[in-house]
Design a protein around this ligand. Structure first.
Ligand code: FAD
Length: 314
C-alpha cells in the first residue's frame, strides 16, 4: 500500500489540521469532486439527478467523532429533515441514508442520557423511525475497529424494531469472515467494503493482496447466504469476481447490489446500471467533509497535489 496512506489517515483525525482546512469552501475543486454540496437542498438535487440516470443513492450527512451532545442531536435533525425532503420529492424508493454512529453520540463520555453507546442507539432509533415513515432504510457505516462491537450491538438492537437496517463490514479486519457468517441470514443487508481506517496488524490485514483475498472470501459467504449483499468497491477485479460469484450461487439481479462513492468511477457506475445491475452511489454532503476527504486522499495519494494546490490558492 502507498507510503502516504498511514500519514494521511493519521491527519484525518487531527483537529488542528481539520480547523485549518475546513475554512475551504466545499466548492473547491478536489472537495467538490467527492462532496457535491453542503446543504440538504444540494444533496437532494444531486440525488434526483443520479436517480434520473438510473442509479440509487445512499446519503451521508458528514460528521464523525462528535463529543458534543447538542451536535449529535443536530445531526439527527439533519437526517430527519433530509428524509422528509426525500419523501416529499418522491425519491425515497431510490434513496436511503448512511449513518456514522460516532456522529450521533457513540464517542461521547457518559452524559445525562447515558453512555455514548446508549445515546447513539437512541439517536439511531429516531433516524430509523424517520426513514421508515419516509418509506426507506438506514445503513450503519462502520468506523475504526474500536467501535465494531458497539456498532454491531446497536445494529442487533435496532433490527428488533427496524429489521431493514443495514450494516457495513470491512474485509481488512481479521474478524470479518465470522461477522459475515453471522449476518448472512435472510432479511440482513450487509455492505462489504475493504476498510478505510489505519488499523494495526493485530486486528487487520496490511497488504493489498491479503485484503483483496479476504474481500473475496467474504463475498463468497455473503453471496452464498440468504441476505442482501451490498458490494461496495471500485476495484474492477472485485466487481468482476462478485459478478461471477453471483451467477455461480444462482443469484438473480436485484438480490444484491453494487455500491460506489460519489465521484469515483462514475462511468463504471453507469455501465453496470445499464447492464441491468442495481447500483447505489454513496453521496456525502455537509460542511464536515475533512475526515471523509482525507480517507479518499489516502486511497488515492495522486490527488494530494490537487488538494494542496487548492489550499494554497485559497
Ligand atoms: P481500491 O483497491 O482502493 O481501489 C480500486 C480502484 O478504485 C483504484 O485503482 C481507483 O481506480 C479507484 N479508486 C479507489 N479509491 C479512489 C479514490 N479515493 N479516488 C479516486 N479513485 C479511487 N469504508 C469503511 O471503513 N467504512 C464504511 O462504512 C465504508 N463505506 C463505504 C461505502 C461505499 C459505498 C464504498 C464504495 C466504500 C466505503 N468505504 C467504507 C470505503 C472502502 O472501505 C474503501 O476504502 C474504498 O472503497 C476503496 O477501496 P476499493 O474497494 O474501491 O479498492
Amino acid at each position: 500500500m502507498s507510503v502516504l496512506r498511514q500519514p494521511l489517515l493519521l491527519l484525518s483525525r487531527s483537529d488542528a489540521v481539520r480547523r485549518l482546512v475546513s475554512t475551504m469552501p466545499v466548492s473547491s475543486g478536489i472537495v467538490r469532486s467527492y462532496v457535491p454540496g453542503e446543504t440538504t437542498d444540494a444533496a437532494v438535487a444531486t440525488s434526483a439527478e443520479l436517480v434520473d440516470g438510473g442509479l440509487k443513492v445512499t446519503l451521508d450527512f458528514l460528521g464523525e467523532d462528535t463529543t458534543d451532545l447538542a451536535q449529535a442531536d443536530a445531526t439527527v435533525e439533519a437526517y430527519v429533515e433530509l428524509l422528509a425532503q426525500l419523501s416529499a420529492r418522491g425519491l425515497a424508493r431510490h434513496a436511503e441514508v448512511s449513518v456514522k454512529l460516532s456522529a450521533i453520540g457513540q464517542a461521547l463520555e457518559r452524559s445525562e442520557r447515558g453512555t455514548g453507546h446508549q445515546v447513539a442507539l437512541e439517536n439511531a432509533r429516531r433516524i430509523c423511525r424517520a426513514a421508515r415513515n419516509a418509506g426507506t432504510t438506514v445503513t450503519l457505516d462502520m468506523e475504526d475497529h474500536t467501535t465494531t462491537d458497539s456498532t454491531l450491538a446497536v445494529l442487533r438492537d435496532l433490527r428488533k424494531d427496524f429489521p431493514e437496517t443495514g450494516a457495513v463490514l470491512q474485509a481488512y479486519l481479521h474478524r470479518t469472515e465470522a461477522d459475515c457468517r453471522e449476518l448472512a441470514h435472510e432479511g440482513s443487508r450487509v455492505r462489504l467494503c475493504k476498510g478505510a481506517y489505519d488499523e494495526p496488524e493485530e486486528v487487520a490485514y496490511q497488504s493489498r493482496l491479503d485484503v483483496d483475498t479476504a474481500y473475496v472470501r467474504c463475498l463468497k459467504i455473503l453471496l452464498a447466504g440468504q441476505g442482501y449483499p451490498m458490494i461496495a468497491t471500485h476495484d474492477p477485479r472485485m466487481v468482476e469476481i462478485a459478478s461471477s460469484l453471483a451467477s455461480r450461487y444462482g443469484r438473480e439481479r436485484g438480490t444484491y447490489e453494487f455500491q460506489m462513492l460519489y465521484g469515483i468511477r462514475p462511468e463504471e457506475q453507469r455501465r453496470l446500471a445499464g447492464a441491468g445491475e442495481t447500483v447505489r452511489v454513496y453521496l456525502p454532503y455537509g460542511g464536515e467533509w475533512y475526515g471523509y476527504l482525507m480517507r479518499r486522499l489516502a486511497e488515492r495519494p495522486q490527488n494530494l497535489t490537487f488538494f494542496l494546490r487548492s489550499l494554497i490558492s485559497k
